[in-house]
Design a protein around this ligand. Structure first.
Ligand code: IPD
Length: 275
């Protein structure tokens, strides 16, 4: 059985190669291939090509593992491990040339279900700014940038009114209406809100202390499988509401002082009672 550190090495290698691929495709020009859940939920040819690339590299290096990717590749393995992959997190930023997108690759023990999985290793790589975030179980969270390695730690801020949070928005109008409702409770209280457009990078920004916290309703496992491990290993509490695991109903990542405060603001809206 491979150790989390060995799995991390594989994830780092593939994420770096995949990041170079999407950066190259970005320079050549981005082409929308199709739409998914709604007309604004686009998939580019690069999303598909990158997911195929990651899947094929894993087939070479980890042929017995399962796979769960955003662009539709999904199969169980025989090893008990599953790779959870977002080939381009921040696709809309990618489309517009905003340098806030990443390849996100995680490997978990179990299925791609945050309520039951054990996160072993995760990598989030933003190729345009050359930031590679990574973590493996019990080994801290790290950022590699321009050859320099930095250990990450979440901020210690404990006052919600002085806290900078990020959030994100999904692609369905119903989820967006719920997200807007949540914001009406949070925005008047906190220092400010950011919406940068890539959940994996938002989670890494919490780990790096560039944000005090992040919350979002409506994310999928591939959006947060890697980033939430990076945040956890940097000292964040990551979960949902009322003691639940993070998931589509809600993900919150922040330090243990701020967690109950943001949780209260989000609960008060009454939007979230179930998934
Ligand atoms: C999206 C981004 C966005 C978040 C959405 C995700 P995609 O992922 O992470 O920030 O708010 O919930 O769906 O579609 O760019 O891979």
């Amino acid at each position: 059985m491979a150790t989390p550190a060995e799995l991390l090495d594989i994830a780092r290698t593939i994420a770096t190669e995949a990041g170079e691929l999407i950066a190259r495709r970005r320079r050549e020009g981005v082409v929308v291939a199709d739409t998914k859940s709604s007309s604004i939920d686009v998939v580019t040819f690069a999303d598909r090509e990158c997911e195929e690339f990651v899947k094929n590299r894993l087939a070479e290096l980890r042929p017995d593992d399962g796979f769960y990717g955003e662009e539709g590749n999904e199969f169980p393995g025989t090893s008990g491990l599953t790779w959870v992959v977002d080939p381009i997190d921040g696709t809309v930023n990618y489309l517009y040339g905003i340098p806030q997108f990443a390849v996100s690759i995680a490997v978990v023990q179990g299925e791609a279900n945050p309520a039951t999985w054990t996160q072993l290793a995760g990598v989030v790589f933003n190729p345009l700014v050359d930031e590679l975030y990574f973590a493996s179980q019990g080994d801290g969270a790290w950022l590699l940038h321009a050859g320099k390695l930095t250990e990450l730690a979440v901020n210690k801020e404990s006052v919600i009114e002085l806290s900078l949070f990020a959030t994100g928005f999904g692609y369905s109008s119903q989820v967006r209406a719920e997200q807007a409702h949540l914001l009406t409770n949070v925005l008047p209280v906190v220092r400010d809100i950011r919406r940068a457009g890539a959940a994996s990078l938002d989670l890494c920004a919490v780990a790096a202390g560039r944000l005090d916290g992040y919350f979002e309703r409506g994310t999928k496992p591939w959006d947060h499988a890697a980033g939430s491990l990076v945040a956890r290993e940097a000292g964040a509490l990551v979960g949902g509401l009322d003691g639940q695991a993070e998931g589509e109903a809600m993900i919150i990542a922040t330090n243990p002082h701020l967690y109950p405060q943001i949780e209260k603001l989000l609960t008060v809206s009454g939007v979230i009672t179930s998934s």
